[in-house]
Each structure stands twice: as C-alpha cells, then as structure tokens.
Design a protein around this ligand. Structure first.
Ligand code: NAD
Length: 382
C-alpha cells in the first residue's frame, strides 16, 4: 500500500508511520507542527524529547533501512494537499490532522474558532482531493467515542435502526458532544456521510476512546523514536496524565465524583486498528464505523489502579477529587458495543498490572522533564 498519513508528527501519527513502514508499505507523512507550537504557546510541552519529523525519519532509516517521505505544510491549504495527492496518488489516507483537545477548544472564542475551522476544513479538503485524484482511495478518519456522549441507552457501532410509526430506517447513532472539539468530530462524521452518499467514496470512521501508553514495538528500538507525549490538562489524556502525576508525586486530578466512564485503549492497539482497517478497506459508497476501544473504565477505577501499582513501586500516590471544570455527567449508564475491530483481527493489549508497571518504568526515565505547572490550570467549560 501507498499510505498518506496526515498529522504524522502527532502522538498517534508518528507511531503509525513506523508501524506501516515496518510492514513494508510506502509511507508519506504530512504535518504543520500545530501541536508542537500550541504546546510551546501554552507551556505544556511533551514529556519526551522528540526530534522533528525529518530528523526522526533519518533515525528510522538509519535503524531499519526504510524510507518515510515527509512534507511540512498545512492541509487546510487545498493547493498544498492536492499537490501531495497528485505526487503520490495514495491507496489509503489516514486523517489524524486535527486539533484533538476538548479543553483547548474551550479556552476562548479564538481557540474554538480555530478548532472548528481546522478540523472541518482539513476533512473537507481530503474529501475533495480524493474525489479529484482517485475516488477509490480509502479514507480512514479518526473520530472519537466522545461523539456519542453518554446516552442512557447502549451505544451501537455507528448506526441505529429506528422504528417509527410502523416504518423502519437506519441512521447514524444519535450524537451529543461534550465540548466544541467533540462537536467538530460530529460535524466531520456528518460531512463524511454526505460525501459517501453523494460521491460514492470509501470511508472508515474510527470512534476512538482515549488512548494511553508510550511504548510501541517500533519506538522501543531506540529512545529517539518515541512519540510526543503530553501529560498536561490540555493535550494529555487521562491515564497518561495520572501516570506522570504519580511519578512526579502530584496528587491525581480526578474531576468531580470520578464515576465518568469511557472506553480506553493502548497505543499499540490504535496501531493495530488502523492497520487492520487499511488492509480490509470499506466498500465503495460505504461509511464504515467502528468503536475503537478495548475496555471501559471509570476515572475512579483508573486512579485506583495507578495508586495500587504506584504504591507498590514506591511512589506513594495520592488521589485528589477536585471540582469538575467540565460540564459532564458524573454518574451515567455506559454500555458500548465494539466487536467490529475484533472481527477484523484486533488482539487487544489490556490494562494489566504488568502493562501499568511498564508504563511507570518508561515514564520515570523522563521525570526530570516534568513541568508540574502544566498538570492543572482549571480550563472551565462555563
Ligand atoms: N489521542 C487520543 O486519545 C485520541 C482519542 C480519540 C480520538 N483522537 C483523534 O486522533 C487524531 C490524532 O490524535 P493525536 O492524539 O495523535 O493528536 P496530535 O495532536 O498529537 O496529532 C495530530 C497532528 O496533526 C497535526 N495537524 C493538526 N492540524 C493540522 C493541519 N491543518 N495541517 C497539518 N497538520 C495538522 C498536528 O500538528 C499534530 O501533529 C485526532 O484527530 C484526534 O481527535 C485521539
């Protein structure tokens, strides 16, 4: 396959570049360094020191002999994106290149407007470039489990059959965002569905839960290949935050009652899910949706797990329940169906004590880089 990875410098993008390259595919990566620049602006840089993309691909080539092509640019610029599509004519495009943080989108109007503009225009441009250059190209788009919110019914895999006044039809599962960021993801899905119906494109939309972890088989070969990793309130996902807080001796920041439940997955499983989806494409004219998670946990359950393992390793972890800066249900029903990716061949890496211990060990190597001021500033939803 010739795979175009948009957002290649990111937490998921860089490990994905290596994962496909390792398996013999031609990889082209694109990024505009939005994430790195935003982290500098907000003083919440990556725990891990990460060379830029061009330097990382040189290291990768030095170790494996495999090439990854890199282009720096903004994919909201249609001419730029189109030139990449024309140069490479990819079979598969993986779209990670969005503003991925709910708190970032809630900081102020400008950050909300940026999120809206960036996320929707990147998606629109990809749809147009695919139509113009090769309508057979498979689009793999990262959505989020947060699109569904926390409804008081089971969450199905993307679609819901509804019977109304003795008639039946199938619709996108109802969506209710918990932030402006999540709203853009819902709008992306709607847009994908519109163009799939209208232009007959092939699209897989992965409703991904919060990802945790720092290690992949590829990055374990050389510390210079490790991904960017945020542990701050803005860009850090919850378990990644908790582990770094535990290592730093900072009480774990549980928001509100801590009974909020979400579906999580290991970084290694994101790689598998995207790879399996690419290898078994959606059909022409199909919007295929998978719920990309491997286990549900409440925030309290995660905090307790981190405390148990952290204490065992000698960190003496404290848990601090703080007033919830977000507007969200703290007690709710949560039952998600997520068999589609297992059916494609996913072999989950569950959150065992051993996995958590490994996570502590790798995080501890970077403890001197922890900036405690980044842990919590209390970005308010209200
Ligand atoms: N990490 C998670 O837990 C998680 C969970 C659910 C969904 N997702 C989704 O997965 C995708 C990747 O997430 P991530 O954690 O790797 O985020 P990330 O911020 O680390 O990666 C996204 C990359 O895209 C780049 N980018 C953004 N806008 C761009 C543009 N206009 N042009 C070129 N490059 C641009 C950024 O610089 C960044 O390197 C996002 O769409 C996110 O919403 C992530």
């Amino acid at each position: 396959m010739r795979v175009l990875i948009l957002g290649a410098d990111g937490y998921l993008g860089w490990p994905t570049c290596m994962y496909f390259s390792e398996r013999g595919h031609e990889v082209i990566g694109v990024d505009n360094y939005f994430r790195r620049n935003a982290a500098v602006e907000l003083d919440c840089e990556s725990l891990t020191p990460t060379p830029n993309l061009i330097q990382r691909t040189k290291i990768w080539e030095e170790i494996t002999g495999k090439k990854i092509s890199i282009h720096t640019g903004d994919i909201t610029n249609y001419e730029f994106l189109l030139s990449i599509f024309k140069e490479y004519n990819p079979d598969t495009v993986i779209h990670y290149a969005e503003q991925p943080s709910a708190p970032y989108s809630m900081i102020n109007r400008d950050k909300a407007a940026f999120t809206l503009q960036n996320n929707l225009i990147t998606t629109l441009n990809i749809l147009y470039a695919v139509k113009e250059v090769n309508p057979d190209c498979h689009i793999i788009k990262l959505g989020t489990m947060g699109e569904y919110g926390t409804p008081n019914i089971d969450i199905e895999e993307g679609w819901l059959e509804i019977e109304h006044k003795n008639r039946k039809d199938k619709f996108l599962f109802p969506r209710q965002a918990g932030s402006l960021y999540h709203t853009t993801k819902i709008q992306d899905t709607d847009m994908l569905w519109f163009y799939v119906r209208t232009w007959g494109l092939r699209v897989t939309d992965l409703m991904q839960g919060p990802v945790y972890g720092l290690s992949t088989d590829e990055s374990d070969r050389d510390p210079r290949l490790i991904s960017i990793f945020n542990y701050d309130e803005i860009f850090g996902t919850v378990l990644n935050r908790f582990i770094v807080q535990a290592v730093a001796g900072y009480p774990l920041t549980v928001y509100g009652k801590g009974n909020q439940t979400r579906g999580f997955l290991n970084l290694k499983d994101t790689m598998q899910c995207v790879y399996l989806s690419a290898g078994q494409s959606a059909e022409k004219g199909q919007l295929r949706i998978f719920n990309q998670m491997t286990e549900p946990f409440s925030i309290n359950q995660l905090a307790e797990k981190v405390k148990t393992i952290g204490d065992k390793l000698g960190y003496s972890v404290e848990i601090n329940r703080i007033e919830n800066p977000r507007v969200e249900k703290e007690e709710h029903y949560y039952n998600v169906h997520y068999t589609g990716l297992i059916d494609l061949g996913l072999k989950p890496h569950y959150l065992t004590d051993e996995v958590l211990e490994g996570f502590f060990t790798i995080t501890d190597k970077y403890r001197d880089r922890i900036n405690k001021d980044a842990f919590f500033r209390g970005i308010q939803w209200k």
